[in-house]
Design a protein around this ligand. Structure first.
Ligand code: OTU
Length: 622
């Protein structure tokens, strides 16, 4: 009668005796939140306690399977719970296929990452993906198997080990919200296997979907309109927030939670140190709401955090919640019930681009002012670009301040990046219904900053300044900054996707080029554009590494500049970031004393001038 044993006993029985004492201590600490959150979601079920016991047995089994090197890492990280929030942490994000061809090819790029100072590599989805189009791997067909075109599970274990030896943590996506329509769970549902339909949200007709649609938003209104798809093989409507082949999982079913938790721990045991929890905001559906950021979604994340804290305590969770600024902090949870260690600050990213477009830092200042201090052992993630669009909707609140028309304002920004009126950007609107609407913008950072269109040296210099300005802010803000593959070399848009009809509808492919080895070879050539970008970034990264006041948790303060285009961000009493987001010179009165230019210029004092799009990193030296 094993099911009547208490859950702790069942967990311990699944692991060898030498792991018992530590595991029992972690269990005592995290079980209250875990049990409470899961009981709040599933406690009404008659079999809840038996299910919870099964879950803890699985957790014990997966902890027992954790390789010794990772157990050692767990112990080391427990000693330094802020290890990921320091000023030496630097991330890099890439598609494995684009960056290295295969996982082995990625391993061969480690010297490039080390030279940049990277300590954290986010490889976009590398698990077995749906056959055919797979939303860049975000339609996962197996959580237990590396995509065969990229390599094997053994290659993944080799890669994580090599990265670890080089001081780089591997971050993997964990696509929680949905699976591919050819994932075994979906196939089993189609085959009529008992219980499998309940892994998904399905409906016999459009009645219920239409009720939900009244309050739902749309992520891909052009490429994949609506949130439900008719699946002929099922004869039913299926909830598909993203593409029709990505079936949303039903977290009201505890079996889904258990399966996902086990999949995550399994990957952690292969050496994944950080999980990017994809689309975390969408996990729970509630009629009459937009089905984002629901309290139950937070309960699910807190339960996952507790399981990780028990079974793989060195592992980090990162929230990918692309939501308005006021809704972001909840993804860190609280001291009593922590959630994710790291959260994307997409408002900061979007507002920085917005500031370039408007030549005004108002949006940016609003976002920074609305960013609360971090809870202990947590970090924002800052970035300039990623594989997705720059989503403008997260800024509706800030853009609508003081009675402004948020839609019109964001549409102007979006049009600007599409190159309207002969502006410098070479970008594309994303999922926008017209010039008066705003959804997102796409393009590589360098193309959006003007490098693609620049046809003379002054234009190139200004584009470079804009590119470095945005990266400078991401590096100074107080976050884990993550570079996007190719941006370190000023790589430009890739238009090849337009030739493939199934991709042409999704301009995010603009920013998914193959890594350019020719540019890589130029990185030390100061006469080349790649070399200029690389050197500029390297210098900032090196300066940041030496300054603890730039760490994620260190204090920050916005200073008044009395000029709309100029952002002044103080980090501690001595460090000052100044950024001119306009094409005109701006002046600024420095506080008394001498200021060293950390990026290599002359020392400054008194009233100074910043050239168009120029940036200064100053340190008070008197
Ligand atoms: C995430 O993105 C991924 O980053 C995308 O690449 C995937 O297409 C998507 O999930 C589905 O797996 O909703 O909360 O607007 O920002 O799709 C995050 C486009 C998401 C992305 C959005 C996003």
């Amino acid at each position: 009668m094993i099911a009547t044993f208490p859950p702790l006993q069942r967990m311990l029985a699944a692991m060898p005796a030498h792991l018992h004492a530590d595991a029992a201590r972690r269990y005592a600490r995290h079980e209250p939140v875990l049990y409470q959150r899961l009981a709040s979601l599933y406690g009404e079920r008659a079999d809840f306690d038996a299910w919870f016991g099964d879950l803890m047995e699985a957790v014990g089994r997966l902890h027992a399977a954790r390789p010794p090197a990772l157990l050692a890492l767990d112990a080391e990280r427990a000693e330094r719970p802020d290890w990921f929030a320091g000023q030496r942490m630097l991330g890099y994000s890439a598609y494995a296929q684009r960056f290295g061809g295969t996982l082995r090819g990625v391993a061969a790029r480690i010297p490039h990452l080390r030279e940049l100072g990277v300590t954290y590599l986010h490889l976009l989805p590398f698990l077995r993906a749906r056959a055919g189009e797979s939303d860049g791997g975000f339609a996962v067909a197996s959580f237990d198997e590396v995509e065969p075109a990229l390599g094997s599970n053994a290659d993944l274990e080799d890669l994580t080990a090599q990265l670890r030896e080089n001081g780089i943590s591997l971050c993997s996506d964990m696509v929680l919200n949905h699976v591919a329509d050819d994932h075994p769970w979906a196939l089993a549902a189609v085959a009529g296997a008992p219980g499998m339909l309940d892994y998904f949200h399905t409906y016999p007709n459009r009645k219920t979907p239409q009720r939900y649609e009244r309050t739902l938003g749309q992520v891909f209104p052009q490429a994949a309109p609506g949130n439900f798809s008719y699946v002929a093989a099922l004869g039913r409507w299926v909830w598909t927030t993203f593409y029709p082949y990505q079936w949303d999982l039903n977290y009201a079913n505890p079996a889904v939670f258990g399966a996902i938790a086990e999949a995550l721990l399994g990957l952690a045991n292969r050496g994944v140190e950080v999980f990017r929890l994809d689309s975390t905001a969408f996990l729970w559906k509630r009629e009459g709401s937009n089905c984002m950021n629901q309290p139950e979604a937070h309960s699910l994340l807190q339960a996952i955090r507790a399981i990780v804290a028990i079974a793989a305590p060195g592992v980090l969770l990162k929230a990918e919640a692309i939501v308005p600024t006021p809704l972001l902090p909840a993804y860190f949870g609280s001291a009593a019930a922590p959630e994710c260690h790291i959260a994307y600050h997409s408002s900061l990213m979007a507002a920085a681009w917005g500031a370039l477009a408007e030549q005004d830092t108002e949006l940016l200042r609003r976002v920074i002012a609305a960013t609360p201090p971090l809870p202990p052992h947590a970090s924002w993630l800052s970035y300039v670009r990623c594989h997705d669009d720059i989503g403008w909707n997260v800024l509706r609140g800030e853009a609508g301040g003081d009675g402004a028309d948020a839609t019109a304002r964001l549409a102007r920004i979006s049009n600007f990046f599409a190159g309207a009126d002969g502006g410098y950007p070479a970008g594309a609107p994303f999922q926008t219904s017209g010039a008066h609407a705003a959804h997102g913008s796409n393009g590589m950072a360098a193309s959006l900053a003007g490098l693609e269109r620049a046809d003379n040296e002054p234009a190139r210099q200004q584009a470079l300044r804009r590119l470095l300005l945005l990266h400078g802010l991401a590096l100074c803000f107080g976050a884990l900054p993550v570079l996007y593959m190719g941006d370190e070399l000023g790589m430009l848009n890739d238009y090849a996707f337009l030739a493939r009809p199934e991709r042409a509808i999704d301009s995010r492919w603009l920013q998914r080029p193959d890594f350019d080895d020719a540019r890589l070879a130029q990185r030390h050539d100061g006469a080349s554009l790649a070399g200029r970008v690389h050197a500029g970034l390297r210098r900032m990264i090196a300066v940041r590494q030496e300054r603890p006041e730039l760490a994620a948790g260190a204090p920050r303060a916005l200073l008044d500049t009395w000029q709309a285009a100029l952002l002044a961000l103080a980090r501690g009493p001595r460090f000052l970031f100044l950024g001119n987001f306009s094409g005109a010179e701006v002046r600024y009165q420095l506080a008394e004393g001498r200021w060293t230019d950390c990026l290599g210029g002359d020392a400054r004092c008194g009233r100074i001038t910043l050239q168009p799009w120029a940036m200064l990193w100053l340190e008070h030296s008197a």
